[in-house]
Design a protein around this ligand. Structure first.
Ligand SMILES: [Zn+2]
Length: 322
């Protein structure tokens, strides 16, 4: 029964838009409830309720946001999709600090990580990658259309006005933020999904906020929406080398995972690359590659049919066909 249901979900997701099942999004921004999960003193992940049960089953969940608190300042990682969800994060910051966040960072331009910027107080300094600002400044209208297709109308996306970064990190750049008794590092490990991918590392707590390049735990797989399989693999490998063994990774969606959770994503990308190359070497067309490169040991994500067949294999085929 469970297998049948997952197949049905995957099939519907395959034929419909990426996140919509029968015109209902997989997660509904009007219904999701975020709860603060304390990882270390002053370091929290805002995780959708139900994640402990649903995430290991491969059900896509809402964006996970982060809150890091120092003696003098605080930082929010990702501002969520709409007003309702942004306010859940802001209310949590108020409870923890009696004030508004000093800084808010977007791990990418993706709307579920950045649309909430406009609901943050003017005093909050927004930190973005240069590429993220460039994208939002030039492609915002198309982006909101795509996001309404994926997350549905009436979820507050209609109201969003772009708010771009006050502080920008260039490609390959890094920055340290002193929050008071705690220094936070902002890093660009290279292209990891959008080219404007920022990672937030809290050294004293050994917590890494990853955003969508680590979309969720196993059996979730990377979404290579902008292609570049090899670079994505290289960047994730760099992240793995950088992290101490006992680090905690807060993914873009779902619940925090141990460092070892990265192995699944690196393994998937390696298999995707190698099997796609092998199919190309045997003369496969794109359609044949999609039917050949099925990676059975990496299945289980409810939207695997869409992410793997429609996004990732075509991206790998285009890249390695050259
Ligand atoms: Zn996301």
């Amino acid at each position: 029964m469970k297998i049948k249901l997952i197949t049905a979900i995957a099939f519907l997701a395959y034929v419909a838009s990426p996140l919509a099942i029968a015109d209902e999004p997989v997660w509904d921004a009007n219904k999701v409830v975020l709860k603060a999960q304390k990882l270390r003193d002053g370091v929290y992940a805002m995780v959708a309720t139900g994640a402990d049960e649903l995430s290991p089953k491969g059900v896509p969940l809402a964006t996970t946001s982060g809150i890091i608190v120092g003696n003098r300042a605080s930082l929010v990682v990702d501002t969520m999709l709409n007003k309702r969800l942004a306010n859940m994060v802001l209310n949590q910051v108020r409870q923890l600090t009696k004030g508004a966040p000093t800084y808010a960072l977007n791990t990418s331009y993706h709307g579920d990580h950045s649309y909430g910027n406009m609901y943050f107080p003017k005093s909050t300094v927004i930190i973005q990658h240069e590429e993220t600002k460039k994208y939002i400044s030039t492609k915002f209208e198309d982006d909101t259309k795509f996001m309404m297709g994926a997350f549905g109308k009436g979820r507050g996306i209609e109201e969003i006005k772009p708010r771009t970064g006050d502080v920008l990190i260039p490609t390959g750049g890094a920055m340290q933020l002193d929050l008071g008794g705690r220094v936070v590092e902002i890093r660009d490990f290279g292209f990891a999904q959008t080219g404007g991918d920022l990672w937030v590392w809290v050294p004293d707590a050994k917590v890494l906020f990853a955003g969508n390049p680590v979309v969720t735990e196993k059996p979730g797989i990377p979404w290579l929406l902008d292609g570049r399989v090899q670079e994505t693999l290289d960047s994730l490998t760099k992240v793995r080398e950088f992290l101490p063994a006992d680090a905690i990774i807060v993914p873009g969606h779902g619940r925090p995972l141990p460092k070892a959770g990265l192995d699944w994503h690196i393994g998937y990308l390696t298999a995707l690359r190698d099997e796609t190359k092998a199919a190309i070497a045997k003369g496969a067309t794109l359609e044949q590659a999609v039917t050949q490169v099925t990676l059975p040991s990496y299945q289980g994500y409810a939207i695997y049919g869409w992410v793997h067949n429609q996004v990732n294999v075509p991206a790998a085929y285009k890249e390695f066909k050259k």
